[in-house]
Design a protein around this ligand. Structure first.
Ligand code: HEM
Length: 209
């Protein structure tokens, strides 16, 4: 009887260990692949993306090109004024000027890429990389010491509004008609939403994206 109980306990223990190992393995082997061209096409369709958006996004890029420092001043002013946001640029519990400055350069490049680059697999792969830089690779590119491990998902979502709405005054600074400004603004809004969708893939459980 005792032997029987021991065997049963052994089986139970082995099953428990193998289940928890499998769960652990699932957590560490969850793979985040870049979005594919096919998935991108359906996302753009869902966003009511048109050829007109391509044209107006390019126009927006031309309008913004020489205003990027002013745009970044507005965005960084907003982040800097919010303790709960500038926190993500901390190194050893204080905002790192060096980290902020390095990211600022890549932020400017992102605006240009978003407006001018073809949205091909290379572009998608880089969006994947940006997603990782907000999560598992955060701080790695700039070798930031002791920085928050991820940017929390809720702020990734909330950021869409300020990054969208603050661009409008810059789009209307070059004498374009109200209609052109509105169309550039709409194309910009769609492009920011699209970027954010692509970047938040690592936050979503396997099979749920
Ligand atoms: C719509 C949402 C967002 C946009 C458009 C955006 C844009 C960007 C861009 C373009 C970069 C540089 C990517 C590169 O390395 O090429 C970046 C990095 C970064 N962003 Fe965001 N971001 C968003 C949300 C947020 C939020 C909510 C925070 C929190 C304050 C944040 C904090 C950071 C940080 C800390 C980095 C540096 C990541 C690293 O260590 O490489 N971002 N972001």
């Amino acid at each position: 009887m005792k032997t029987h109980t021991n065997i049963l306990l052994g089986i139970l223990l082995a099953t428990t260990i193998s289940t928890s190992c499998a769960q652990e393995k699932m957590a560490t082997t969850q793979k985040y692949e870049p979005v594919t061209i096919e998935e991108l096409a359906l996302l753009k369709k869902t966003l009511l993306w048109s050829a007109e958006d391509d044209r107006y996004l390019k126009m927006a890029g031309e309008v913004l090109e020489d205003q990027l420092d002013d745009v970044l001043d507005v965005w960084y002013g907003y982040v800097g004024a919010n303790h709960h946001l500038v926190y993500y640029f901390n190194s050893n519990e204080k905002p790192s000027a060096d980290y902020l400055a390095k990211v600022r350069l890549r932020f400017k490049q992102w605006v240009l890429d978003l407006c001018h680059k073809p949205y091909n697999q290379d572009w998608l792969d880089y969006q994947h990389e940006i997603g990782l830089r907000h999560t598992s690779k955060k701080g790695k590119t700039d070798q930031v010491k002791n920085t928050p491990k991820i940017v929390h998902y809720r702020y990734m979502m909330a950021f869409v509004y300020p990054i969208t709405v603050t661009i409008k005054p810059f789009l209307s600074k070059k004498g374009h008609s109200d209609e052109d400004v509105e169309k550039m603004y709409n194309a910009w809004f769609k492009a920011v939403v699209l970027s954010d969708i692509l970047w938040t893939k690592p936050y979503i459980k396997d099979g749920k994206f």
